[in-house]
Ligand binder design. Structure first.
Ligand code: GLC
Length: 584
């Protein structure tokens, strides 16, 4: 039963069974529908000037590696001028490069060199907030009468006393509601100069812009155009559901208990995912669509369910983001065949035929190696996840070092922590340094990342064996597994253009599916044993309208599966992956 079709004209319904597997690629398919997008945290990828911090020229030096890996686009986390309180997510100038990372000329050089290798550059755009050192905020905070005052979210507060009280224009005031910063403490910060609080969803050095002011949209769209004109292929939109807040400033409902920062747990009903944001996104899509070359808008969209995700595509109108990230599949942290089957099926069938974007790793979460690994079979488990990612019909987003099995290297002493949330939240919240350690290129000093005596974060201790050079020469390495999968995804018509139909749907341990083939090509079957026990399966391809039972192995990490020739009574060893073609 199925599901999905490639991007068929048919509108999928919530009833997965009603959707036909489409085998024919539609003619409007564009690069991003097949792409492998690779996230680079620029501080940590490659240092070209020996200061212990990665930079743009470092990325350029490593383009050959990325090309060999087979990726189509790089998303670079913010490299704009910034006080670096949140390592670039606090931007003080949207139209330049931070000197730590290089110059505009270095950026142009990177775009040009990447283009030679068919690699596109996607930038991170932080629209929800700026740095408090951005000239806009400095002006905004200088007086109530300043023309930019209304560019941020200001409030006089409400009468009150206590530890958060300040002397307002008409007596003692406290913040207007219970909104808390995702990074700890009240989301309201007092500015004596104007006798008002400003709102910040993240650190207090990241004041929220007031998107109800049309001038803000105009200025931000102009900055986006600045880089689109320089040839970027699109944007990853940071924290995009947080753009608007409730104009009535209603309290967020408290859900009981406290979080790692010691604040009450709340449901961010009035600070997140407000409907107003969709109008902005539709205008942004129209603005970006004026550029040639199918530029793409990707969203950092942590959402409660697939119905909400669909809204970010624009539902049936398909006029918002092309690729809002599905965080539900990749951040479930449960290695469960049933869960993956249900969630993947949901995103395939309940987004009006839009293209799903799957992701398992990023710079804000412990690495998938640790979230899904059992401590014993981590390599096999990482291979299972990669197989699912690259043989799915979804656009694939990966994070630097995921292809090597880089681990989360969380600091063990608070004095070593760089990420402010790890400092304020210690020891319950140790911050995000662990997933941001330098890329491991080889077994030499600093793992080939830098020549500095100290790097901004220490290189993870396993770099002598887990690195590009060592894994490159091991045919069974996780790196070569990634390379092979990415190659297959590009070269096999069924993986490139086919539909997908789940098989053996009641099986709780084995996720299996067939990628149906475009006319004249061969269907591809995938079997993934997500359990610690051997599992014997028999698959019936007729469920998917595919003829045949004879198969040939294309890729497996289990020698015993190399000779598999039928789909009847196949025994999959614990945590094994198998990909094969259906012989006609
Ligand atoms: C996003 C980024 C994260 C950053 C936050 C504030 O979630 O991914 O790294 O701290 O937004 O900009």
């Amino acid at each position: 039963m199925l599901f999905c079709g490639s991007i068929s004209a048919q509108t999928p319904t919530a009833d997965a069974g009603a959707v036909k597997a489409a085998a024919t690629p539609s003619s409007d398919e564009t690069w991003w529908k097949h792409a492998v997008i690779y996230e680079i945290y620029p501080r940590s990828f490659q240092d070209s000037n020996g200061d212990g911090i990665g930079d743009l020229n470092g990325i350029t030096q490593r383009l050959d590696y990325l090309q060999k890996l087979g990726i189509d686009a790089i998303w670079i986390s913010p490299m704009y001028p910034s006080p670096q309180v949140d390592f670039g997510y606090d931007i003080s100038n949207y139209e330049n490069v931070d000197p730590q990372y290089g110059t505009l000329a270095d950026f142009d050089h990177l775009v040009a060199e990447a283009k030679k290798r068919n690699i596109r550059i996607v930038l991170d755009m932080v629209l929800n907030h700026t740095s408090d050192k951005h000239p806009w905020f400095i002006e905004s905070a200088s007086s109530r009468g300043n023309p930019k005052h209304d560019w941020y979210v200001w409030n006089d507060g409400v009468p009150g006393t206590g530890k958060n009280a300040h002397e307002g224009l008409h007596g003692s005031v406290v913040p207007p509601n219970n909104w808390i910063s995702g990074f700890g403490g009240s989301a309201w910060e007092w500015v004596p100069q104007v006798k008002q609080f400003y709102y910040h969803n993240f650190y207090k050095q990241q004041p929220d812009l007031n998107w109800r002011n049309p001038q803000v949209e105009k200025a931000m769209f102009a900055s986006m155009q600045f880089w689109l004109d320089r040839g970027v292929a699109g944007y990853r939109l940071d924290a995009i559901p947080s753009l608007f807040e409730d104009p009535q400033l209603r309290n967020n409902p408290e859900t009981g208990g406290t979080n790692a920062q010691g604040d009450p747990n709340v449901e961010s009903l009035y600070t997140d995912n407000l409907p107003e944001v969709h109008g902005t996104i539709r205008r942004m899509r129209a603005m970006v669509a004026k550029y040639p070359g199918n530029r793409v808008l990707i969203g950092e969209t942590y959402l409660p369910n697939t119905a909400e995700l669909d809204k970010w595509y624009g539902g049936a109108a398909h006029n918002e983001l092309q690729l809002p990230m599905d965080m539900i599949v990749g951040f479930s942290d449960k290695l469960s065949a049933s869960n993956f089957r249900d969630r993947i099926e949901e995103v395939e069938t309940q987004v009006h035929g839009s293209q799903p974007l799957l992701v398992f790793d990023n710079h804000d979460n412990a690495r998938s190696w640790d979230r899904y690994g059992d401590g014993v079979h981590n390599v096999q488990i990482a291979k299972l996840l990669a197989t699912m990612l690259f043989t799915s019909r979804s656009t694939a987003l990966m994070y630097y070092g995921e292809e090597l099995g880089m681990v989360t290297s969380t600091p063990t002493r608070v004095e070593d922590v760089k990420d402010p949330i790890g400092i304020t939240g210690w020891p319950k919240e140790k911050g995000r340094d662990g997933e941001r350690t330098p890329m491991q290129w080889n077994g030499s000093t600093d793992a080939g990342f830098s020549t500095a005596s100290t790097t901004w974060l220490p290189v993870a201790s396993n770099y002598r064996t887990i690195n590009v050079e060592a894994e490159g020469s091991d045919p069974n390495s996780l790196l070569n597994w990634h390379k092979e999968l990415i190659r297959l995804r590009r070269d096999l018509p069924a993986l490139h253009d086919g539909g997908v139909v789940m098989l053996d749907r009641a099986n709780e341990n084995v996720l299996s599916y067939v990628r149906t083939a475009p006319a004249g090509a061969t269907a591809v079957v995938v079997m993934l044993n997500m359990s610690a026990q051997p599992q014997t399966v028999s698959l019936d391809l007729s469920e998917a309208g595919v003829k045949g039972n004879r198969v040939k192995t294309i890729l497996t990490d289990e020698p015993s599966l190399k000779g598999a020739s039928s789909l009847t009574n196949v025994t999959l060893p614990p945590f094994s992956s198998w990909v094969g073609s259906v012989e006609r």
